[in-house]
Write a protein that binds this ligand. Structure first.
Ligand code: AMP
Ligand code: FES
Ligand code: ZN
Ligand code: ZN
Length: 328
């Protein structure tokens, strides 16, 4: 366990709320401490609750888990497998220098050690570009080309592999930060679509986020207790990303009022999202199929095919150069 996950307090070790054995983690938002076994049990319960409450998975459904090699997606893959879900992995090589090399190694090792199936797609090998190159070729922030590529390839891999559902490792901190940003701008379209389940459409899979009831600290602790070796470094291209600032702001709030983050996000899902359901349905209604690849799109050619076209023939751009251009 890391220092932050060790029990607080003076000479008296804190005790597990359930069995009264020494605790390994304190969770102020639950106003309780837990031993390793009961902490894992709490995580399983939170994930099961999210799956059931939002109708994420039907019994026996095969799931494609998008794994980045980081704590959230590896914890998700481990949790789903642990809960008896048939879950295979998908890793997308984004070509972000050493960061991508190391993240791929973590995903591969996790799969190999557990005998799980991992599909890999490499952006440069298969589509002729990578994220730094796309950022320079389009003049947009790297995260935008990266997100667009990942969403498209998750869909396509699920369709090709016959998976009805794709699961990603977005956690409570991620979702609360995005919600905070969307609320600050009152971006009603984005708010309407900010759901932990996006329904299947036009032959493409359902998208689910089973970790929305677990925080970042909890998924990291799951990995530590379960002995999962994950990539700790953040993506070098995410420097200056607004969501990191939103996360910090919410963490300050959480430190003063434990439970505030969960109340903000889960309260939105319970009380606000239903009021926006019509808007969410309208966004799906207007979709056509891309003339080149068949993906759902609002124009004739989808954004992914346009990105592939724009980056064609562009030589590889090193991460440092893409970052320097982005700062100008
Ligand atoms: P991010 O967009 O980096 O915050 O990641 C959100 C989720 O997308 C992760 O929890 C993973 O489920 C998935 N993901 C991110 N990067 C990759 C990748 N390179 N390959 C496959 N899935 C990924
Ligand atoms: Fe996508 Fe960093 S992981 S830009
Ligand atoms: Zn216990
Ligand atoms: Zn297309």
């Amino acid at each position: 366990m890391s220092a932050t996950d060790r029990p607080r307090g003076g000479h008296q070790p804190s005790r597990c709320r359930v069995c009264k054995e020494p605790a390994v983690i304190d969770l102020p938002r639950h106003n309780a401490n837990f031993c390793a076994d009961h902490f894992l049990e709490l995580c399983r319960r939170q994930v099961t609750k999210a799956i059931e409450r939002f109708g994420m998975l039907a019994p026996g459904e095969r799931v494609l888990v998008a794994v980045s090699g980081g704590k959230d997606s590896l914890a998700l893959w481990d949790l789903l497998t642990d809960l008896g879900v048939e879950a295979d992995g998908l890793y997308v090589g984004l070509g972000i220098g050493d960061y991508s090399d190391t993240s791929g190694e973590h995903a591969r090792r996790f799969a190999r050690e557990r005998g799980l199936v991992l599909t890999e797609i490499d952006l440069r090998d298969e589509y002729g570009y990578d994220v730094p190159t796309a950022a320079v070729a389009t003049g947009r922030v790297p995260c935008s080309a990266c997100g667009l590529s990942k969403r498209h390839l998750f869909d396509r891999a699920a369709r090709d592999g016959g998976y009805p559902v794709v699961a990603t490792g977005h956690n409570l901190d991620d979702e609360a930060a995005v919600l905070y940003g969307n609320t600050l701008r009152w971006d009603v379209e984005m708010l309407a679509r900010q759901l932990p389940v996006l329904p299947a459409r036009a032959g493409f899979p359902r998208k689910v986020k089973p970790l929305v009831r677990l925080t970042e600290r909890e998924t990291a602790a799951w990995c530590l207790v379960r002995g999962i070796d994950y990539l700790v470094e953040e993506c070098p291209m995410s420097v200056g990303n607004k969501h990191l600032g939103y996360k910090e702001a919410l963490n300050r709030l959480e430190a003063e009022s434990p439970g505030a983050k969960a109340a903000f996000y889960l309260g939105f899902l319970d009380r606000m999202a239903p009021l926006l359901a019509d808007r969410a349905a309208q966004a799906v209604d207007g979709l056509e199929r891309c003339l080149r690849c068949g993906a759902p799109t609002t124009s004739e050619i989808c954004a992914f095919c346009r990105l592939v076209e724009r980056t064609a023939g562009h030589g590889p751009v090193p991460v440092e150069l893409a970052l320097a251009r982005g700062r100008r």
